[in-house]
Design a protein around this ligand. Structure first.
Ligand code: FAD
Length: 395
């Protein structure tokens, strides 16, 4: 579909995972794309590692940049779940079905964003940093005018709101849209020297602890990346020190061993929840990624990659922009709503009290063994429509 004779112009608000992936998707269908990112720092404000599962990696393949991202991370074929007393509750294929050779990839979020932005620029997208979208209005002649905090304006045929969980685009589309609320736990990521805990190579280790949960990943360079997920009724006001973390996880052997070797501690990130977003799109504006479904459950980045692949295909194939945006919403609402439900169950397993924890420890080995693959195949084997391959700039 061409909105104008000379091609489509797209503004993307937000240059995170969803924004950079949107730029790639729209360049693949020949649109002229400008990304406006609020921060100067290419990594943005969230410093954690992320895992991409098989479905997210297939999304990258559809966008034509799977190898680039794979080279920036490392594969984790297996996931192990541990009880607080050190008992192994089960082992499953990480982020894929066990027969799928598409191994989950882990890398720093900033690195993922950097690689996606590089690919977008290689394909001819413009990325402008230090520009925060504050308003947008529909133009009578068609299209949209976007306004930025510093006074700059720009016009396009479509505005893609990839501006994260506190999306300004979501508020512009629906001034009554719900705001995010604190989800009951926060994450502190860090890096340790290896050797402290006995972690098998290629495994993602999740310990359900009295304080919440603890993730430990042995990295091929010999270090251990970890993330303490602390259940707490209130958000932390500031950082939390290593001593306080060590006290919280003192009952569990594996987290304690990893924390004893800690070399780096990153800023905590509070997990937020968002009610079902009523308005996903109204031409010429549409939401993607955390702006419309902060799914959690280790799938946020993967969904932020799937969305633009589906959106670009819908715009390419539909007869009009409203039809394209409706097709996109229809294709994504059900899948992300199902995932939000799954994320709710995951969250409860990390914030469970002692009684629920005992039940969980008894039931989980059976669930992992007999139900896990069947209950996750809809997620990991999702197919996306292909996009045209383009080799470089212009178009
Ligand atoms: C601690 C932690 C661990 C995680 N682990 C995983 C994991 O293992 N696997 C996984 O798949 N996901 C994980 N996630 C989630 C994942 O990081 C997000 O779901 C994903 O990054 C969403 O991408 P996004 O581009 O939609 O939003 P964001 O990453 O939030 O990007 C939004 C971008 O828009 C910019 N922006 C905001 N407002 C404006 C504006 N008004 N104008 C212009 N720019 C703006 C922001 O600066 C930012 O760069 C994790 C998240 C956290 C916090």
């Amino acid at each position: 579909m061409r909105i104008r004779e000379d091609g489509n112009r797209v503004i993307v608000a937000g240059g995170g995972v969803a924004g950079a992936a949107s730029a790639i998707g729209f360049r693949r269908i020949g649109a002229e794309v400008t990304v406006y990112e609020a921060y100067e720092d290419p990594a943005g404000p969230v410093g954690s590692f992320v895992s991409l599962s098989a479905n997210g990696l297939r999304g990258l393949d559809t966008l034509g940049c799977l190898d680039r991202v794979r080279d920036a991370g490392f594969a984790l074929p297996l996931q192990r779940m541990w009880a607080s007393n050190g008992r192994l509750l089960g082992e499953v294929a990480r982020g894929r079905l066990s027969a799928d050779p598409m191994y989950s990839i882990t890398l720093w979020r900033g690195r993922l964003v950097e690689e996606l932005r590089k690919e977008a620029v290689r394909l001819g997208a413009r990325v402008v940093t230090g520009e925060r979208l504050v308003d947008a209005e529909r133009l009578e002649a068609g299209g949209v005018r976007a306004a930025f905090a510093g006074g700059r304006t720009d016009e396009a045929d479509l505005l893609v709101g990839a501006d994260g969980i506190r999306s300004a685009t979501r508020r512009i589309l629906d001034p009554g849209a719900a705001e995010p609320s604190y989800g009951g736990y926060y994450t502190v990521p860090g890096i340790s020297a290896g050797g402290g805990a006995d972690l098998a190579p290629g495994t993602f280790n999740l310990t359900f602890s009295r304080a919440g949960a603890f993730i430990a990943i042995p990295v091929p360079d010999g270090t251990v990346w970890w993330a303490a997920q602390v259940a707490a009724p209130d958000k932390p006001d500031a950082g939390i020190g290593l001593d306080a973390l060590a006290r919280l996880y003192r009952y569990e052997e594996q987290p304690s061993a990893v924390l004893r070797e800690a070399r780096e501690l990153h800023r905590p990130t509070a997990h937020h929840l968002l009610e079902d977003v009523r308005v996903w799109q109204r031409a010429p504006m549409v939401l993607v990624g955390d702006a419309v479904h902060p799914v959690g459950a280790g799938q946020g980045a993967s969904m932020a990659i799937e969305d633009p692949a589906v959106l670009a295909h819908a715009v390419m194939s539909a007869a009009s922009l409203p039809e394209a945006l409706e097709t996109y919403e229809r294709g994504r609402r059900g899948r992300t709503a199902k995932l939000m439900k799954m994320a709710g169950a995951n969250r409860e397993s990390k914030t469970a009290g002692p009684v629920a924890r005992r039940v969980q420890n008894a039931v989980m080995p059976l669930v992992l063994r007999f139900l896990y693959e069947r209950s996750t195949s809809w997620l990991y084997t999702h197919e996306l429509e292909p996009l045209p391959r383009v080799s470089g700039r212009a178009g």
